[in-house]
Unconditional design. Sequence first.
Length: 116
Amino acid sequence: MITLKEALRQMEATDLKTGKFIPFDLKYCQFSRMRAEGGKIIEYKHVVLSSDKDQPTEQPQSADKANLDVKQGASNISRNPYHRRNKTRNIKLLNGDIRKIRFRGILEFNNQQVLY
């Protein structure tokens, strides 16, 4: 058994030599309050915590372009995800896809049951 606090600390751990995040296994219960659905258990193997560097972002080149992008709802402007406030983390899968998880839904971390 492992506490949620310890699981999150291990998730954020990096390799001292390379500086990259250390891979981990995760069992997670999916839930969406907006769609009122959930309960699906998803298992992720050999995933790493995703950093902001992993997500490509493009910044507008001028103020005129910035106003145009906001009006048209362009997706190339990045926003702060407020992971701590929203209780979320982004994880990177083996194929390079990035998934957002709510860490309150973590059931197991590295084959250890998570205690809250």
